[in-house]
Design a protein around this ligand. Structure first.
Ligand SMILES: NC(=O)C1=CN([C@@H]2O[C@H](COP(=O)(O)OP(=O)(O)OC[C@H]3O[C@@H](n4cnc5c(N)ncnc54)[C@H](O)[C@@H]3O)[C@@H](O)[C@H]2O)C=CC1
Ligand SMILES: O=Cc1ccc(S(=O)(=O)O)cc1
Length: 487
């Protein structure tokens, strides 16, 4: 994208778009060229305090808006988001690097997520329990949790922000979102679509020094609920801060998804599904299929087909026609991926990749398959968060399941087989929050998405995702004697 049409956004605080007043600036870079796109002015402590001062009254006002009206307002915002999908996709590609078609699909997925939450707002309900006496009433109510602080990352800035914004607003909460400084303009454009329909301060957007922002928001008594998507170390740190404040936190911390390819799987169609899914967003996805465990009799065929399909991918700038895989989002990701491959090769992994095929400028890495990867090699243990897949053969289903579960992560998993017995065994024993069988559908708006083990706490999307922004309240109502007499 031309630098001329990219503009770093301002913060949205107390209903006004204005530049951050902090001293810090973040230089936003085009990952396809490594050239700067603009300078983002970061929030000061006073900016954050202003957002916090507004979030409490905004919450009181928003929770009083009937659910049908909340739904209607969100749906109007979603319509605007859909109408602006092309413009927002261009911003996303410029600052994040993913191909335009993926950026547009992400924008529409974000719209779908918010639309689903908006509809769900009308279905939040409590229950009436049988009272223990005739003159009493016992109600269980679902009430919005309060002002939310949410932190979203740079890999899927729209989708991963939409999960938090949609759930919070539909539940009746106000929200202060700190989105990633690396990808600020696409999220600001989405927020602008929604904020037009909302009372002042219900949805606020800040950018800042991440640790300063999270400390200020988490420690403020105004904030009642937290939600974070990002790395395990940062998630652990925020969880500790949340615990000190006794605040609820939802954490989505990534994965290292296993793929079990059984003897009866069709290798051609498995590879046709897995290669685009693996290399979507240059592999920078928490649900990316990464550790391929393949029945030994099919292993050689699998390696050959996977490598051929990966080598065929057209790599280039996200806005170039026909690009199928863009650059990594930052220089630090490129270095991390190169380092992971080198360390894994040093441990004995075979590196299968077509060298010398990526553009020289920018943060491009070639799609890489690591074969025969030793179990203690770094790529088997660490989330690559890049275009790197590992493969290893297995001899029995028990072995495949044990290999798959040999990870601290437990987010998404994939299985390819036609056997009902295998499907049942893997469904019961694979330690993942989301399992796709003969497909890739681990994340849809109406289903919960969340991880086991180090992959996080709680779920986003689905009714479980909505629940995360609600509190449960019990009311035991004894009808006063006077009122009983009047009745
Ligand atoms: N689950 C997911 O979708 C994501 C997972 N990751 C994981 O993190 C790894 C490293 O990515 P980096 O961006 O270099 O990691 P990082 O750990 O520095 O940052 C991850 C995210 O957390 C935010 N962050 C950092 N410190 C924070 C703080 N004190 N308070 C609030 N937010 C804070 C950052 O702005 C970023 O969006 C990736 O390789 C991947 O494994 C990263 C982004 C998204
Ligand atoms: O990185 C996490 C992630 C990425 C993409 C999606 S979705 O497929 O667009 O829903 C979900 C989670």
């Amino acid at each position: 994208m031309s630098v001329a049409i990219y503009r770093c956004p301002e913060l949205l605080v107390a209903g006004r778009w204005r530049a951050g007043r902090g001293e810090g600036r973040h230089v936003v870079v085009d990952p396809a060229t490594a050239e700067p796109l603009g300078e983002l002015r970061l929030a000061s402590r006073a900016d954050l305090q202003e957002a916090l001062d507004c979030a409490g009254p905004a919450f009181e006002a928003w929770k009083a808006v009937p659910a049908h009206e909340r739904c209607a307002r969100l749906e109007r915002g979603v319509a605007r988001l859909r109408a602006r999908a092309d413009d927002i996709a261009a911003l996303l590609t410029a600052e994040q690097g993913k191909p335009l078609a993926e950026a547009r699909a992400e924008c529409l997925m974000a719209a779908d997520l918010i639309k689903w939450y908006a509809e769900e707002a009308r279905r939040v309900h409590g229950r009436v329990l049988p009272a223990r006496s005739a003159d009493a009433r016992m109600d269980v109510l679902k009430v919005p949790a309060g002002p939310v602080a949410a932190f979203s990352p740079w890999n899927f800035p729209l989708v991963l922000s939409a999960r938090k914004i949609g759930g919070a607003l539909a539940a009746g909460c106000s929200i202060i979102l700190k989105a990633a400084e690396e990808t600020p303009a696409s999220v600001a454009a989405m927020v602008a679509c929604l904020a037009e329909e909302l009372p002042e301060g219900v949805l606020q957007l800040v950018y800042g020094v991440p640790a300063e922002v999270s400390t200020a928001l988490i420690e403020s008594p105004v904030i009642r609920k937290l939600s974070f998507t990002g790395s395990v170390p940062v998630g652990r740190h925020l969880a500790q801060m949340a615990a000190a404040q006794l605040k609820r936190i939802t954490l989505e911390l990534g994965g290292h998804a296993p793929v079990i390819v059984c003897e009866d799987a069709d290798i051609e169609s498995t590879v046709a599904l897995m290669v685009p899914h693996k290399f979507r967003n240059a592999g920078q996805a928490c649900l990316a299929p990464t550790r391929f465990f393949v029945a030994r009799s099919r292993y050689a065929d699998f390696l050959e087909a996977f490598q051929a399909a990966a080598d065929d991918l057209r790599i280039g700038p996200g806005d170039a026609p026909g690009t199928q895989m863009g650059p990594l989002a930052q220089a630090r990701r490129l270095h991390a991926v190169q380092d992971l491959v080198a360390r894994s090769a040093a441990c004995g992994a075979r590196v299968l990749t077509r060298a010398g095929r990526v553009p020289e400028a920018g943060y491009f890495a070639a799609p890489t398959l690591l074969a025969d990867v030793p179990l203690d090699a770094p790529a088997m243990v660490e989330e690559p968060f890049g275009p790197v897949a590992c493969a290893l053969p297995f001899d029995s289903l028990d072995e495949a399941i044990a290999l798959a579960n040999r990870s601290d992560y437990g987010l998404a998993g994939y299985l390819f087989t036609d056997s009902a017995r295998t499907i049942q065994a893997v469904s019961q024993r694979l330690e993942v929050g989301s399992l796709a069988i003969n497909g890739i559908g681990v994340s849809v708006p109406e289903a919960p998405f969340g991880g086991l083990k180090a992959s996080g706490w709680g779920s986003e999307s689905g009714i479980e995702g909505m629940e995360a922004f609600l509190e449960t309240r019990f009311t035991h109502y004894s009808v006063p004697k006077d009122a009983r007499r009047q009745a």
